[in-house]
Design a protein around this ligand. Sequence first.
Ligand code: IPD
Ligand code: CA
Ligand code: CA
Length: 253
Amino acid sequence: MDPLECAIDTAREAGAIIRAHVGTPLGIVEKEQRADIVTRADRASETLIVERLRAAFPNATILGEEGGLTIGTSDERWIVDPLDGTTNFAHDYPLYCVSIGYERAGELVAAAIYAPALDELYAAQRGAGATCNDKHIAVSGVASVGDALVCTGFKPANYDRNGAHFAALSRVAQGVRRGGSAALDLAFVAAGRLDAFWEFDLFAWDVAAGALLVREAGGAMSAIDGGAFCVDVGSTLATNAALHDAMVAALAL
Ligand code: IPD
Ligand code: CA
Ligand code: CA
């Protein structure tokens, strides 16, 4: 099966499962850190996704946020956040999504992000561009931080790490947002709704699909200090490319 098709179909199916949980008891449980929560919907979504991916790609590695790691024998890796933005979801705040990225030989090749409350399906394939609901998307043309709408994220327990950066950008950008779903924040950079996004302590499942979307939409990815972006490292800066150097400078505190 084509990995992109598989990612899209699976993200939509998982999105339907998440949607079906709205208004039902969510069974919210706090994980290791304060306010880092997981619900029944996260688990049900991941169970479905892993089942679908395993059936279609039995030899691939699967890294999922809630189920951990299944090591495969091929050079393929699926990187899955079954519900990104769980806190938003738990409050029926519509910015949450399913994020599925596919790597071959360490390169991101296909990505799908589905936001069920917005009914937006973002997809990208290496070298073939990015789409939202089948329409081509591209990053914005905003060329100065003063004209930019930028976005960040942080776990409540990690606020101290980001507070000064949030304040610094609030002084110079046109606006700063904290969306609550890193994967969707990246999709919004790809779609030109946001001009830049940064976060320090992310995981591969938060950024894999979104990073490919940003690149395929003409944007740039790096670590926050401007170093090379690596899906497994955490420090993430995504921009429309035009703003990249200015954002690295603005975040160098
Ligand atoms: C979280 C969201 C949030 C980001 C956190 C992530 P989750 O993922 O992406 O925006 O600030 O760092 O952990 O827990 O909702 O999947
Ligand atoms: Ca996440
Ligand atoms: Ca999650």
